[in-house]
Design a protein around this ligand. Structure first.
Ligand code: CDP
Length: 256
């Protein structure tokens, strides 16, 4: 193992100092947590799959002009990223009611929303990432009005692009969570997409069967979690067509 400096350890990822100033290495762990880390497990191969899926999505988003922190994948579990100052917000985009929105507003899970809805949560584990309004964000200075406007417009563009990308492979993008950061470019500061986009942070349902292909399989004890993530990777053409759940083991074996 290298002796590089760890910057931060989160629930599913570790950040290390990068090889050049302004860069970091993002390492994807196999750890899964839910309900604010009350439920925990290690899911063999999850980190490898999320590294690949996030690489794929970030690369596609770059190609359509969505600025993001991804530079390149280094190996099965690590990617080189741009260092940003994380804006302490979890930005959730919803197309279909599910999860906390269904609970909070009593909308049956699976009901298509009249339009895409962007929500902000304050990123604070101790508080369980509470839903907040733009008023709170402005008053407490978590982000400026300009940053919020940029975030909403980027989030909706990301939603349009990803909804199309997933629907082309028979997957319905129900909702997802994004994080943004401030990237300092000389005198300029730009709001860019950071963190990851993977089945850990999205709800993805099969179009035909409504089968869940995301972290709800873990949250709701449905089993077959990594197999479902592998299915997403297979449909996106990231892992080979013939790969089934069992192959994930082969695919990940020998990988650090
Ligand atoms: O996931 P949960 O039901 O707790 O919350 P939600 O507000 O319904 O989550 C909306 C979307 O954001 C889902 O795709 C979650 O997987 C994702 N999310 C996340 O990745 N991280 C969080 N801390 C909260 C939500």
């Amino acid at each position: 193992m290298s002796r590089r400096r760890m910057i931060y350890e989160g629930k599913a990822k570790i950040l290390y100092e990068g090889p050049e100033p302004g860069t970091l290495i993002q390492y994807f762990k196999d750890d899964a947590t839910a309900f604010n880390a009350e439920k925990k497990a290690v899911l063999d191969g999850k980190g490898v799959l999320n590294n690949r899926i996030s690489e794929f999505l970030m690369t596609r988003l770059s190609a359509v002009g969505i600025p993001n922190h991804f530079i390149k994948r280094l190996n099965m579990r690590e990617q080189l990223i741009k260092k940003v100052e994380i804006i302490p917000l979890e930005v959730i985009v919803r197309n279909v009611a599910a999860g906390t929105m269904s609970k909070r507003l009593g909308i049956p899970e699976g009901e298509t929303l009249p339009r895409a809805i962007v929500e902000f949560c304050y990123k604070k584990d101790e508080l369980g990432d509470p839903l907040v309004s733009e008023e709170h964000i402005a008053a407490f200075g978590w982000a400026s009005q300009q940053e919020m406007d940029d975030i909403v417009s980027l989030a909706l563009r990301i939603n349009d692009f990803m909804s199309g990308l997933f629907s082309a492979v028979g997957i319905r993008l129900i909702d997802f969570k994004l994080e943004f950061g401030r990237h300092f470019e000389g005198e300029m500061v730009r709001t860019i997409l950071a963190d990851e986009i993977s089945p850990d942070s999205c709800r993805l349902w099969d179009y035909e069967t409504n089968e869940k292909l995301d972290k709800d399989r873990f949250r709701r004890d449905l089993g077959g979690v990594t197999e479902a993530y592998a299915e997403v990777a297979r449909r996106l053409g990231i892992i080979k067509e013939s790969a089934q759940g069992g192959d994930v083991i082969d695919f990940t074996s020998g990988m650090k």
